[in-house]
Design a protein around this ligand. Structure first.
Ligand SMILES: [Zn+2]
Length: 125
């Protein structure tokens, strides 16, 4: 059975449908049990199978969901600052003196401003 063409949302919907069907079959089974034990068991078995199917779809949906939404990894941008300067550089050799690497957001928080000479974004500003 191939379920790959279905989205995780569709699979989740299937699992809900099968759970409802399973409960319905079981209720019918209980009612039928009152008059015919064998018939009742038959419906109970169908209900159980339906709920097993629902669990299967639910598991499949979860698996798909984890595949569809990979953990987002935002690459951290690092810039270079010098102990004396007030600018941060994208190119470590631009500053002309000893510099150290810090994350871009940290540099901005510390009040460093972008160096226009080596910034890849300064062309349009
Ligand atoms: Zn620079």
């Amino acid at each position: 059975m191939t379920l790959d063409k279905y989205s995780s949302k569709a699979l989740k919907r299937f699992s809900i449908i099968f759970i409802i069907l399973g409960i319905l079959w079981m209720l019918i089974g209980i009612v039928v049990c009152l008059s015919s034990l064998l018939g009742g068991i038959f419906f109970l078995v169908i209900g159980t199978l339906s709920i097993i199917q629902a669990v299967f779809y639910h598991k499949k949906a979860q698996l798909k969901n984890s595949k569809e939404k990979p953990v987002e990894q935002v690459p951290k941008t690092y810039v270079f600052v010098t102990p004396s300067g007030k600018k941060f550089h994208y190119n470590p050799s631009c500053s002309g003196e000893k510099c150290y690497r810090i994350p871009l957001d940290t540099a901005k928080k510390k009040g460093y401003t972008e160096c226009k000479r080596c910034s890849p974004y300064s062309n349009w500003s």
